[in-house]
Design a protein around this ligand. Structure first.
Ligand SMILES: [Zn+2]
Length: 95
């Protein structure tokens, strides 16, 4: 295939990217270790898709909130895939 726009990846790239994700999650009090073990988010896919670490952390944050809301029967009923809790204020926010 030759070179594909410098997108050669290796395990080290993913690991350092994931460390950035973990830092970002820690900074918003959503520790990776605590949540990923319950509801696994597909970080690998985000990495492969070129998502920035910060964005991936925010997406995982929404995913985990949504999963938790569903688990306790408190997910928003107005819009499918809205990650906010039931009867939240303001506009719905799709994931
Ligand atoms: Zn909503």
């Amino acid at each position: 295939m030759g070179e594909m726009l410098g997108l050669t990846e290796n395990a080290g790239d993913y690991e350092s990217w994931l460390n950035e994700v973990k830092d970002a999650l820690a900074s918003i009090n959503m520790p990776f270790e605590g949540w990923q073990g319950i509801w696994a988010y597909d970080f690998r896919q985000e990495f492969d898709g070129g998502t920035k670490a910060n964005e991936a952390a925010l997406k995982a944050n929404k995913f985990w909130w949504h999963e938790q809301n569903k688990a306790i029967g408190q997910d928003c009923q107005k819009t499918p895939n809205c990650w906010l809790p039931r009867d939240h204020r303001g506009e719905c926010q799709r994931m």
